[in-house]
Design a protein. Sequence first.
Length: 509
Amino acid sequence: AHLGTLPPALGFLAAAHAGGGRAPEGPVATRALRAEIGEALSVQAFSATVLHGPGADPGRAWTRAGDTVVVVAGEFYNQDELRSVLPDGDAHDGDAGLLAALFDRYDLHAFRLVNGRFAAVVASGARLCAATDHAGSVPLYLRPAPGDIHIATEAKALATQAMPKGPSLPGTRRVPGLPGVHQVPAGTVLELAVDSAGGTLHRTWQPPSARRILHEDEARRAVRSALELAVGRRLAAGVKPLAVLSGGIDSSAVAALAAARGPIDSLSMGTDLSDEFPHAQVVAKHLATDHSELVIPMDELLRQLPYTVWAAETLDADIIEYLLPLVSLYRRLPDTPRRILTGYGADIPLAGMHREDRLPQLDSAVAHDMATFDGLNEMSPVLAAVHGHWTSHPYWDRDVLDLLVGLEAGLKRRYGRDKWVLRSAMTDLLPEETVARPKLGVHEGSGVSVAFTRLLSDNGVPDRDIATAKALVVRELFDRTVVDGGHPDHVSTEGAIRTALHRLRQGAA
Ligand code: IOT
Ligand code: MG
Ligand code: MG
């Protein structure tokens, strides 16, 4: 019951200095108010800007305890568990205070304990620790230089005029186009010495490689109770959540479990070309949600590509096709901040995207997707924070994810059904037609993939070059909105397509 509509911080900009200095100023895509922090520790100066929504208390996003400052963006979901290992557990209400106490007790191993959706920075003594949650679901970036370390929840905020390549940080990814900037990997803590900017990466989570064999009933009960708990942990007392609902099993299960706790709103988006409205209506009616539909004309949707890349800071064109309809939906919500629940990510541990019924290939797909999700930023809170909203993804709750990844493949594909274990866990709460409904990706249901392909064909791109051209368009949008820090209102999809075509022809020549 500690959650509000929004967490205390949606993101942050911070700096640790051996001498004096300031936090980076941005730009950021997160629409937020700013609260400044400046703390002199014994051997470093720490400054930060907390990005927070109206009505959120940024004072709860950070704390100082002795020679340690802690800043947290996002939220923890296992607060009760975490408090139970502290002698004065109940004294720590906010996540930042709780983390400070855990850090005092466990040092950086504290991050192995947290199940949350967060990025955090801990400045302590001569060290700076930068940590992501298990899924890296709140992206975190660093630009280290000896005695001067900048850190932010958006890469674009760390661009500078001269971009020195800086020291290398083993295990981290460099951000293309921003030479000194590194992304903190999912499920890690990067521990740096502020004076040298030398660092060590500590892993705090890994996807399981082992698979568990459970009886059907046991598996379905385990999935049901883990998901129930994950949804419950993401609800805030007295706050009506919004479920983004396609009418597929993933989002319908989340909506059903949330609706079992209290009234919810649900929202479906579609385009003039395609929608999943009838399927979502069946679910909305069954659950008696306050349901609405949103139609976005396809040409307007494609014009949102710059916003999507700006928010996601990813170079992956497939991911951008999944995220475009969602970012466009979030941008069209009323301004009042919302707590949003999604079914995003269910298809990764359950191999829903792969439409694969052979078990070896199915498990290979799970292993591959769990080894490659990091850095795609598909669950980034910025996608909705561009319009001041907060999203949470119950399928990527640490406990749910561990369980789902670790089920033997025959529980994922069974009796000719994909995602069998999830479907059979939900039979009592959803209509049979929803439980049985075949997988449809958001990029398919909205018509985005086809329309983006057609836009490129109409511009003269031959079929064999479509995938390359999409990647080049996304690359160009990334360069304009992330590397150059341009506002997406001043970056056009058409312009990016022209540049991509030019590059494509140069490459062919
Ligand atoms: P899909 O599973 O169709 O949609 C993801 C979530 O977006 C849904 O659960 C729902 O909450 C929301 N959503 C989808 N369509 C609509 C709609 N029309 N209106 C409102 N909300 C909607 C792609 C995909 O198939 O999306 N995402 C995959 C994973 C991508 C692969 N990533 C990777 N390998 N790293 C997923 O698991 O969500
Ligand atoms: Mg899905
Ligand atoms: Mg879908």
